[in-house]
Design a protein. Sequence first.
Length: 207
Amino acid sequence: MVTTPRADAAAWSAGWWQQARACPSPNCEPRPDPQDISLLVVHAISLPPRVYGGGEVEALFTNRLDWDAHPYFQGIRGLRVSSHFFIDRAGLVVQFVSIHERAWHAGASCWAGRDNCNDYSVGVELEGMDDDCFTAQQYGSLLRLSAGLCAVLPQLRTVLGHEHIAPGRKLDPGPGFDWATYAQGLASVGLQVAPVAFERPQEKPAS
């Protein structure tokens, strides 16, 4: 059985997790209600696509990406985004935005009748692709981080993927993400994976 280690609120300072490397992003703003943080959103990202281990994601989130370094970057030139956290393939965690602030990770989104998920969510980016799998180290770090967030965010109750709050627009973290194992690890911290995360569209029969 997968278990999640106990978390300590003392591991946080002004919304920054002491177990992560801090890399502040300018792409953030005050939350409408700092006490209203009820959603954890899991994403997947790699820059360029399918290239892992470089510093391009960190550069993107801090507005330092060289747009001319790869042809793919022309399609996202000028993009200003961020996430609260990024977990690389080795499980190392980088934090870009205090959890008390609004990161720019969800875009146009909606959950349980509420728009603008950035207002009330924490975003975690996993280094990967929506059609790829993730590493054991990433799952371990994600579980530790999830437990840590629950220790300081009493309203945090639900976790799901970007694909669930922006259906039709986003596909991540995708079918390679093991929601069942992640949910099992969350059982002890009071955070629940939304049932929609376990639903997959039925394949259309061949005509």
